[in-house]
Write a protein that binds this ligand. Sequence first.
Ligand SMILES: Nc1ncnc2c1ncn2[C@@H]1O[C@H](COP(=O)(O)OP(=O)(O)OP(=O)(O)O)[C@@H](O)[C@H]1O
Ligand SMILES: [Mg+2]
Length: 219
Amino acid sequence: MTLLSASNIVKEVRDGERKARILDGVSLELAAGERVALVGPSGSGKSTLLHVLGALDGDYTGEVRLAGTPLEGLSDRARSRLRGRDVGFVFQAYNLVSRATVAENIALPSRFNGTQLAPEAVREVIERVGLSGKADRRPHQLSGGERQRVAIARALVQKPKVVLCDEPTGNLDAETGGKILQLFDALTGAGVALLIATHDRAIADSSRRELKLKDGKLS
Ligand SMILES: Nc1ncnc2c1ncn2[C@@H]1O[C@H](COP(=O)(O)OP(=O)(O)OP(=O)(O)O)[C@@H](O)[C@H]1O
Ligand SMILES: [Mg+2]
């Protein structure tokens, strides 16, 4: 079953007088249970593509289908509902709320989309990413790798169908990175489609499929 598909995505931004083309005709498909690595040099458009695929950026041409729903033409509300229900994001810059605790940060997306989240669900996901005992800390009391794991826990707590990760092991040592890889295996085993932008060879090599982005084009 295809959970995520994109067809001929083009994204341009204004660069002074000229237009710069950041994504140049990107097409891809991701099936349930599939883990795909998205690789390419810095500036090749990986983060930009993840934002488009995850319904965070609607300023593009082409077609995206997320869990069966075409994104084009959806209202802002419908987009954010779809995002909240079906997509988990792990952002390159974590996007944690600095005044909120670990547990509060993880529960935040559900506050936005109005779903009820059992405290046990938050506790369970904290345990899964190895942060037991740190639920009440705030981001500044965590290491970079621990913050990264909070971002991962936040993406997983809603049990999304599609998880989009931007450098999820960028700040992790090899052992913690390995644990996150195991977590990814559990996710794909449960039918989640996982797209991971990464420079980490261990992730790329252990993914069955690799998409290479260069100058906004896939190869
Ligand atoms: N809002 C914007 N306006 C203008 N240019 C932008 C904007 N956002 C991104 N870019 C440019 O688009 C290109 C792609 O950026 P993007 O962040 O998608 O790259 P990336 O592959 O994720 O890189 P990295 O590996 O460093 O994270 C870059 O050249 C960047 O400078
Ligand atoms: Mg990036």
